[in-house]
Write a new protein. Structure first.
Length: 330
């Protein structure tokens, strides 16, 4: 006895729409096939609960610290580059994520062993309210959670964006002092020597400059640290985007970052000393003070870009084998 042909399409359609009803296919296999189809509700049940718990934990750890960093660091000259680093760092992560391999989470005990002491340090950092310590500890907690989700292999492929994002937070004060003191002394001595050659009544004691009846302090903002940090961060981003595949050219440009920033800030200190002597302290410490800093920072970036344009042809001429045809991300 043959089947009714009018009922055959209905049975075929039912087999397509319901994998459990298909003959010869087990219930578990049919569920797996259904889960991999486009539009499958993978976000329901335990997966949705895990995602909600994860996002709540990230918000509880990151939001209080980031608000504190924005209030106490990003609003100052020393940390003004923080928002730029955050935006460009997220963009780098998004761009690099397209090239990562399959996700292979580590055994559960590894991230737990890393995260538990970090969470204890984070609680202590929140109590102490030291923004430099709290920021880095919070970021370490987030990295440990990221490691638990994606594994070490993917974190290695995302090493530069993750390292770059650490510049969102201000450096510790001890590092700031250790870096600025020799810079301030060198800039002070050179500026006093140069202006004294032109007959200006100028002298110095440590990092204090006496010019005429005015006394100036060569602070960290005028000694190059802020510009060196900001310029280093932006130059690192530029080098990675433009020359990630050319290590030699990247190293050459990195060598010029500190000298260019120091030269630009030396000119800035000269301008501020001359403004103080000829126009008074109020003029030098007002709008012109900040304007001189922005102008010198922009000039340092332009000089660095000019060096990059000059270094490229030289490297292609003297080291053609080390210069790839395509560099950077674009």
């Amino acid at each position: 006895m043959t089947d009714d042909p009018h009922h055959a399409p209905a049975r075929a359609e039912a087999a397509d729409s319901d994998p459990v009803a298909a003959p010869g296919v087990s219930s578990a296999a049919a569920s797996a096939v259904s889960a991999t189809r486009p539009g499958a509700a993978w976000w329901r049940g335990p997966a949705l609960l895990a995602a909600v718990v994860l996002l709540a934990g990230v918000a509880a750890v990151a939001l209080p610290t980031m608000l504190m960093v924005a209030r106490e660091s990003w609003s100052t000259e020393q940390g003004a580059h923080g928002p730029i680093v955050l935006l460009t760092g997220v963009w780098l992560l998004f761009h690099a994520w397209k090239d990562v391999g399959p996700i292979a989470p580590p055994p559960w005990w590894r991230p737990v062993a890393i995260m538990l002491p970090l969470l204890a340090l984070y609680v202590l950092a929140r109590i102490s309210q030291i923004v430099e310590i709290e920021g880095y500890v919070m970021y370490a907690v987030l990295l440990s959670g990221f490691y638990a989700i994606v594994g070490g292999a993917i974190m290695k492929r995302l090493a530069f964006p993750l390292f770059y994002l650490a510049f969102v937070f201000p450096p510790p004060d001890t590092v700031v002092y250790a870096l600025t003191l020799p810079m301030k002394i060198a800039i002070t001595e050179t500026a006093v020597w140069l202006l004294s050659m032109f007959g200006y009544p100028i002298g110095y004691t440590g990092v204090w400059i006496q010019v005429g009846q005015y006394q100036l302090l060569v602070a960290a903002a005028c000694a190059g640290l802020n510009s060196i940090i900001s310029l280093s961060v932006l130059a690192t981003f530029y080098i990675y985007v433009r020359h990630a595949g050319n290590l030699l050219r990247a190293l050459v440009l990195a060598v010029f970052i500190v000298p260019v920033a120091m030269a630009a800030n030396f000119v800035r200190v000269l301008i501020l000393i001359l403004l103080t002597y000829h126009a008074g302290e109020a003029a030098a410490q007002g709008f012109l003070h900040n304007f001189a800093g922005l102008t010198m920072f922009a000039a340092a970036l332009l000089i660095l870009f000019g060096i990059d344009s000059a270094v490229g042809p030289l490297l292609r001429k003297f080291a053609p084998a080390r210069t790839p045809a395509k560099e950077g991300l674009f």
